[in-house]
Design a protein around this ligand. Sequence first.
Ligand SMILES: [Mn+2]
Length: 344
Amino acid sequence: MKLQDKYYLPTILVLIITVSTVLYFTISTVTGISHRSLPFNHFPLIQTLPPTVKITDPNHKLLFIGDVHGNYDELIQLLKDHKYWKDGELISDPHTMHITLLGDFLTKGPDSLKVANFILQHKEQIGCVLGNNEIMVLLSILNPNHKLKFPLKFTTEEDFLPDNEDDYWDVITPRTKHYKVAKELGIFKLTQLAQHCSIVKKFNLKLTDDILFGVHAGLLPGDFLLNDEGDLFQRIPHIISLVDMKYVNEKNWYETGRDVDDVKHGIKWYKLWEKYYEQKEKPKKNITVLYGHDAHNGLTLKEHTKGLDSACAKGGYLSSLEYEFDSEKGKYITHLRQVACHRV
Ligand SMILES: [Mn+2]
């Protein structure tokens, strides 16, 4: 029987609506995804500092890698050089090795997606701290129209931005490269990364009682220390300092910036560590901060601070530092390895 012309359009419309509704509910039920559960409303709290990783096994090695910036091939070459790679894949023993990417592993280079997939496929072995570029990629997907002032939340109570927030506008305004990577990775992978990575990682090397921190930009003496770890002022820094500072006001450590002119009495933050360990009364703990972010300075190895961003994104080197326990010497020794990066 042929439908009368006047019923034709309404019938098609009803059919389309019915089919879409059935499809929508089927897909939401099967995948657990519905508009109500879209992660824009449920984006995970980002861990500022997860529980300290305690290293007790003398065979356990730790590897820290500077800003990869989407240079997947160089990352794999570095892992091969460290003999963390066998038969075409990462050796899979999280009890004897742990890798920490020191932030800015996405954007600029050709393979951000491959780097992200690699991390997510090896969560047991690969840890990560977020850099300013990852924060901007997250902002560009969560807050594309800048309607929300700041949509990310962290486990420490300090706000993301300090009082002089206008100075930081550049730092939290995503650019084309961030939107591009956000689109390439998609919200689900970015959610997984936000859940897996943190802002800081803290390791306690139990055999020597040394402490290692991994952070993208830097942190100051006393930050994230426990009562029994020293007599320092135990400070909880702003997130923006951890992911973006290069300079600090020597007289007010809460004032940090990317350029020397951003703060009064500005000095490079790591100078505070040198001054701290030059004091007559030696600090109780041997603390080392491993960081990236400062490609301009390049590889900057000081006694208590190790800067590993050697400008891979600009055709420099991808740098890594491995900590291995030397049982004869009774202390940890480090191995520096670098891979030349191809300019894109
Ligand atoms: Mn950076």
